[in-house]
Design a protein around this ligand. Sequence first.
Ligand SMILES: Nc1ncnc2c1ncn2[C@@H]1O[C@H](COP(=O)(O)OP(=O)(O)O)[C@@H](O)[C@H]1O
Ligand SMILES: [Mg+2]
Length: 263
Amino acid sequence: MASITQKRFSLHRRVKLQEHQNQALKSQLLALQHLASMGTVSYMIAHEINNLLTPLKSYASLALSDLDDRALSEKALQKVVNNCDRTAKIMESMLALASGQTHQEDNVRLLGLIEEVFTCLCRDFAKDGITVDIRVADDLTISGVPVQIQQVLINLILNARDAMLPGGGVLIIEAAEKVGSVEITVADTGAGIEPHDLENIFEMFFTTKANKRSAAENSGAGLGLAFCKMIVDDHDGTLSVESEPDRGSKFKITLPQPHSSNV
Ligand SMILES: Nc1ncnc2c1ncn2[C@@H]1O[C@H](COP(=O)(O)OP(=O)(O)O)[C@@H](O)[C@H]1O
Ligand SMILES: [Mg+2]
């Protein structure tokens, strides 16, 4: 019969082995988590690149449409260059966001950001029967990472547009200062959201657009709103929605009031 000392020794060895195995499992888990977040980031970047490629192609096609019109071609190519710069900035900011790096917040004029978004999108909303109504005071300032706030607006605007196709409607972007915060709303008169979908729309990969045939038709990846939520959370803000089927949707972003020091 094994002595107590031998038994204790064997137990001790088993505990050591177990600890070793636990440690190995932990590092495997960490590596897997890292891979999973890399996968998520790749998906998100692919989704955003897709959003940005459509206007790039439109501007490039415009430049090629009449090469004799040098002024038009130059203007269109300048937009291509500007959009490429913006795309690079956006990718950089998305990678920073995904890796948890702190970002550079700035106090910026909201109307300027919105105007840039519409130039960047290069989509003729009027052609789709959509009226755009922007009700934002010229001097309203928000605090945020400019390209990230623009990414949120791009996603909300493209969703609003999708919801109003093919019949058209009205897209209203409003902003107001509240006590301690700034509220931005993006509202549409489109299809609205069914109550049973409403609780899922901020989940990754939730989409009701999966059956569309091509990216040009905005087949959904279900990442836009998850991404918007991540950005707004990162700004210590909130993102919420009110919607009624067949009447439209209203997305509300609340951001902390800008610091007065660096306006
Ligand atoms: N403005 C809107 N009107 C109606 N439904 C919307 C609107 N915005 C988002 N949704 C719903 O939320 C879902 C998720 O949106 P999103 O995360 O941007 O993914 P995607 O646009 O790729 O489907 C959409 O598929 C749609 O069902
Ligand atoms: Mg979307």
